[in-house]
Design a protein around this ligand. Structure first.
Ligand code: GLN
Length: 504
C-alpha cells in the first residue's frame, strides 16, 4: 500500500498501480513533482532545463489512458534525462558552455522509446561537463547538491539524475556510464543505478565521450523500477551498429527474490587499501545478508583490477580527444566572436567553450595517441583491457554474479576534491573495470555511514542483466534501505535521515 507517502516519492511501478485503480492521474502526479521541484531546486540544482507547460500537457494526454490495461509500461511516469542525451527541440548542453543554447533536431533512440512507452519527460538533468568527472562540480552551470546533505556532492557524472530521483523530482531517470557515472552517483544518493552491458542499449543520440565505454542506463528508487526502465530502452537499434540483438526479457517480471544456491563471488581487490571503513562495513553486512538468503558467497580475485584505473585514464581521454574534435565553432555550439583566420576560430572557440577538466582530457588523450607514444600508452592500455576482461571471464566461470562496493567512500564535500584530479579519479576504482570489460553492474542501496548512503555493486555476466537484477532485488527486499528518503533539503546542509518512509 502507498500509505501516506507523497506522490513524488513513489516508485513508478506503484504509480502505475494507482493509475490502474484510478486513485491518481498523471496530471496530478506531474503537478506534484513540479511542486517538489519548486521547493527543492533552489537547494539542489538537479536540472538544467524544464518545460512545465509541455510536461503538464503531455501528462494530460495520458490522464485517461494511463490506467487502462493496455497502457504502455511508463504511461504517465515522470522521467528526468541527463543533459548529454539528445531531445528534439529541447536544449542539450552536456553541462558545457560549448553547447549552451544547442537544440538537437532529433531525439536519441532512448528518448523515442521513452515517449513510445508513455513517459513524461520532466527536464534535462545536470552533469559534469561532457560527462567527465565524479561530482557534478565540473558542470559549467554550477554543481548539483546531494539531497542527503547539500554540503556534499551527489556524485557524478549523472549527479543531476541521481539527485532528482532521490529527492522526488522525478520517478525515474536516464544517465550515462562511461566509467561509473550511473553507479557512483546512485550510491552517493541512495538510489538504484544500472550500467547495462555494452551494446545492450542504443547510444544513438548520446553525445559521445568514449564510444567504446559509454552506455545509457536507468536510475530508479528500487530494483523493480530499474528493471522496468531497462526493458523499455534495451535492444537492437539499426542507428547504432554497436547495439546488440541479444534477447531483451521483461526483467521486471522475472524478479523472483530468490537467490538460494546462487554462487556469488566477492571481489577481493575491492576491499583493499583505500576503502573507507564505514563503506566497507556496510558492504560486508550486505554480503552477510546475501549469505543469509541462501547464496553461496566466496572470495574471488580479479588479479589485474588495480590496472583498470590507469588503463581507463588512457583509453577514455584518447577516445574523448577524438570525439570532441568536432566542437570547433563550425557546425554547432559555441563560436568565438573574435575569429580571424580558421586556426584562430578553432583555438579560441575551444579555449572559450571547454572547461578545465575537458581540456585536461583532450590534452591527455592527444598525447597518448601521438606518434611515438601510441604503442607505449594506447596500445598497452588496450592490452590491459583484454586482461581485465579475461579476469572477469574466469570469475564468471565459477560465479553467477559478483559483489563489491561501488565507491571507496560515501559522498564527499563540495570543493573537497575539485582541485585534485587524481583524488577525483580514484572515486571510480571499483566501477571502471566493468566499463573496460563491457559487462553490466548495478548499484543498490545497502546502508549508511555517518548518515550518508552506501551502495552495493552487483556485477553480472555480459547480457545477463536478469540474474544481476535478481540478486539486487533479493537483497533489496530483505533490507529497508530502498524505502528511505532524504529529508527536504535546506541550504545549510547537514540534514539527518528521516528514516523509513510510511510506504514501507
Ligand atoms: N568519473 C569518470 C570520468 O571522469 C567516469 C565518467 C563517466 O562515467 N561518464 O571519466
Amino acid at each position: 500500500m502507498s500509505g501516506a507517502a507523497a506522490l513524488p516519492d513513489l516508485p513508478a511501478w506503484e504509480l502505475r498501480r494507482l493509475y490502474h485503480r484510478r486513485e491518481t492521474s498523471p496530471g496530478e502526479v506531474v503537478r506534484a513533482v513540479f511542486e517538489r521541484i519548486d521547493a527543492q531546486e533552489p537547494h539542489l540544482h538537479a536540472y538544467l532545463f524544464r518545460d512545465r507547460e509541455a510536461s503538464l500537457a503531455e501528462a494530460a494526454r495520458w490522464d485517461g489512458a494511463a490506467g487502462r490495461d493496455d497502457a504502455p509500461p511508463l504511461a504517465g511516469i515522470p522521467v528526468a534525462v541527463k543533459d548529454n542525451i539528445c531531445t528534439r527541440g529541447w536544449p542539450t548542453t552536456c553541462g558545457s558552455r560549448m553547447l549552451a543554447g544547442f537544440k538537437p533536431p532529433y531525439d536519441a533512440t532512448v528518448i523515442t522509446r521513452l515517449r513510445r512507452a508513455g513517459a513524461i519527460i520532466v527536464g534535462k538533468a545536470n552533469l559534469d561537463e561532457f560527462a567527465m568527472g565524479s561530482s557534478t562540480e565540473n558542470s559549467a552551470f554550477g554543481p548539483t547538491r546531494n539531497p542527503w546533505d547539500p554540503a556534499r556532492v551527489p556524485g557524478g557524472t549523472s549527479g543531476g539524475p541521481a539527485a532528482a530521483v532521490a529527492a522526488g523530482e522525478a520517478a525515474l531517470a536516464l544517465g550515462s556510464d562511461t566509467g561509473g557515472s550511473i553507479r557512483q552517483p546512485a550510491a552517493f544518493c541512495g538510489v538504484v543505478g544500472l550500467k547495462p552491458t555494452y551494446g545492450r542499449v542504443s547510444r544513438y543520440g548520446l553525445v559521445a565521450f568514449a564510444s567504446s565505454l559509454d552506455q545509457i542506463g536507468p536510475l530508479a528508487r528500487d530494483v523493480r523500477d530499474a528493471a522496468l526502465l531497462l526493458h523499455v530502452i534495451a535492444g537492437r537499434d539499426p542507428a547504432d551498429s554497436t547495439s546488440s540483438d541479444a534477447e531483451v526479457v521483461p526483467y521486471h517480471d522475472r524478479l523472483t527474490g530468490t537467490i538460494r544456491g546462487l554462487r556469488l563471488g566477492v571481489v577481493r581487490e575491492f576491499f583493499a587499501e583505500g576503502l573507507d571503513r564505514g563503506v566497507g562495513a556496510a558492504v560486508r553486512t550486505a554480503i552477510e545478508t546475501c549469505r543469509d538468503l541462501g547464496a553461496v558467497c566466496e572470495e574471488v580475485s580479479l588479479p589485474h583490477a588495480s590496472y583498470a584505473l590507469p588503463a581507463y585514464y588512457i583509453v577514455a581521454p584518447a577516445e574523448a580527444s577524438s570525439n570532441l574534435a568536432r566542437y570547433a565553432g563550425v557546425h554547432y555550439g559555441h563560436r568565438t566572436a573574435a575569429a580571424g583566420d580558421l586556426e584562430t576560430l578553432y583555438s579560441r572557440t575551444r579555449r572559450e567553450g571547454f572547461g578545465a577538466e575537458v581540456k585536461r582530457r583532450i590534452m591527455l588523450g592527444t598525447y597518448a595517441l601521438s606518434a611515438g607514444y601510441y604503442e607505449a600508452f594506447y596500445l598497452r592500455a588496450q592490452r590491459v583491457r583484454a586482461l581485465i576482461r579475461r579476469d572477469f571471464e574466469a570469475a564468471f566461470a565459477r560465479f553467477d554474479a559478483l559483489l563489491g562496493p561501488v565507491t571507496p567512500t560515501a559522498a564527499f564535500r563540495i570543493g573537497e576534491k575539485v582541485d585534485d584530479p587524481l583524488q577525483m579519479y580514484l572515486s571510480d576504482v571499483y566501477t571502471v573495470p566493468l566499463n573496460l570489460a563491457g559487462i553490466p553492474g548495478v548499484s543498490v542501496p545497502c546502508g549508511f555511514t555517518d548518515g550518508l548512503p552506501v551502495g552495493l555493486q552487483v556485477i553480472g555476466r555480459p547480457f545477463d542483466e536478469g540474474t544481476m537484477l535478481n540478486v539486487a532485488y533479493a537483497f533489496e527486499q530483505a533490507t529497508p534501505f530502498h524505502t528511505m528518503r532524504p529529508p527536504p533539503a535546506h541550504p545549510a546542509g547537514g540534514a539527518a535521515a528521516r528514516g523509513r518512509s510510511p510506504r514501507s
